[in-house]
Design a protein around this ligand. Structure first.
Ligand SMILES: Nc1ncnc2c1ncn2[C@@H]1O[C@H](COP(=O)(O)OP(=O)(O)OP(=O)(O)O)[C@@H](O)[C@H]1O
Ligand SMILES: [Mg+2]
Length: 402
């Protein structure tokens, strides 16, 4: 069984802003964060600006001291608030690559990598240093640049030097904070692939920070989505994209139609019936377990399907606008006054004002907790129909499980 390489337990980090010695503000950059990262895993922290990603990385590196909690790396405690332990960064088995490359501009490529090895705690023998530098130069395809001052290199080459320098230290754990964000799209796409290949071939456990959702989905074995210092969901890219646990995650990772609703039956994995702003909807495979009747449902634009006629989970929609994006077309639809966005590949020949049928596949509709502002949906039933479920149109009493 793969063991955990990094374990973060109940980690909280608060910054106290002071004026003339007095605390004027407290910023909770991390709140009760728990994460277990397996050996060899490529683990991505994903979140908007200010969500606490860098703070998490810096606490693992030892560059920041958390306020409370525990951190273990390779089964050894490196931080524990209860036993007042805080191992300094140079004694942790890690290397870090920053967004700003933090290279020595007066040294050439080889010099930058050697310097990192010489100043490290282990200080290998000069022969070992030479062979290790040769190895990483080759790995990152930097042999031709080895004698050039780093100030004369392109952004992508500098980024590779920063990575080569980190890898030369042969860390058990590599921490990377938005390392590709200064590069153009093409180079970023190439380095994503290189980075993933190199870290996985060397068996390095990687903790990687980004605010770019496509980067996270493309690179990660698992992703932790952060918001306001908290971890909202952890899962593989397919889990967090396909089964988000909240509208926040659903909308942060791509687009999602969010529609108000009310449960008509107790939530169950097999089948849950919802009275939504679009009409009654059946949902299958939902893991919603809340006890509030007022919920919202979510469906991604690419999961809304065009339909030829009334049927299961179908409703009538009016085409409001379309945007042709080359590989797909985005359709703005109106269903009884509710805006629904659909994204379809291929050429659908609808025009503005057309009345069409759409269907919401039950397995692709998600149920999320209500958002406080959810208006109760009473009144006449809308145009959604559910196959042979005519009794659904009249809400049945909800069991006492609610
Ligand atoms: N040294 C500090 N002093 C005070 N507040 C700080 C400090 N460092 C970070 N913060 C605050 O902690 C919160 C989390 O910051 P952090 O740098 O971890 O976010 P981030 O997710 O890395 O954001 P970004 O994507 O912009 O880099 C922010 O509100 C930030 O202002
Ligand atoms: Mg940051």
């Amino acid at each position: 069984m793969t063991q955990n390489m990094i374990e973060i337990e109940n980690l909280t980090k608060s910054f106290f802003l002071r004026k003339r010695g007095k605390i004027t503000r407290q910023v909770d950059a991390m709140k009760d964060v728990n994460l277990s990262i397996k050996e060899g895993e490529f683990f991505v922290l994903l979140g908007a600006s200010g969500s606490g990603k860098t703070t998490t990385l810096r606490c693992v590196a030892g560059l920041e001291t958390a306020t409370s909690g525990n951190i273990r790396i390779n089964n050894t405690s490196v931080y524990s608030s209860s036993s007042r332990q805080d191992v300094p960064p140079q004694q942790r088995p890690i290397a870090m690559v920053f967004q700003s490359y933090a290279l020595w501009p007066h040294l050439d490529v080889r010099g930058n990598i050697e310097f990192a090895l010489r100043k490290g705690a282990r200080r290998p023998d000069p022969k070992v240093i030479k062979s290790r530098v040769d190895e990483v130069l080759q790995l990152l395809n930097l042999q031709e640049q080895e004698q050039r001052p780093v100030a004369q290199l392109s952004g992508g080459q500098q980024q590779r030097v920063a990575l080569a320098r980190a890898l030369a230290l042969e860390p058990r754990v590599l921490l990377m904070d938005e390392p590709l964000s200064n590069l153009d799209m093409k180079l970023r796409a190439k380095l994503r692939v290189d980075l993933k290949r190199i870290t996985s071939s060397l068996g390095i456990t990687t903790l990687y920070v980004t605010h770019d959702q496509s980067e996270a989905l493309a690179m990660a074995d698992r992703v932790a989505v952060m918001d306001q210092g908290r971890v909202i969901q952890v899962g593989t890219p397919t889990e967090i994209y396909g089964r988000p646990n909240s509208t926040f995650v659903g909308q942060f990772l791509g687009e999602m139609n969010v529609i108000q609703g009310e449960l008509l039956t107790p939530p169950s994995k097999e089948s849950t019936l919802v009275q939504s702003s679009l009409g009654p909807v059946e949902v299958t495979g939902s893991s919603y377990q809340g006890d509030d009747r007022e919920i919202v449902i979510g469906i991604r634009p690419e999961d809304v399907r065009p339909a030829t006629e009334a049927g299961k989970n179908t409703c009538r929609a009016t085409v409001k606008a379309r945007s042709y994006l080359g590989d797909c077309t985005v359709w703005d639809l109106d269903v009884s006054g509710v805006k629904v966005t659909a994204k379809w590949h291929g050429v659908a020949s609808f025009s503005e004002g057309d009345e069409i049928w759409i269907s919401l596949p039950p397995e692709l509709v998600h149920i999320f907790p209500g958002e406080g502002t959810t208006a109760r949906i009473d009144g006449p039933k809308r145009s959604m129909t559910i196959d042979s479920q005519s009794e659904i149109a009249t809400p049945t009493p909800i069991s006492s499980a609610f």
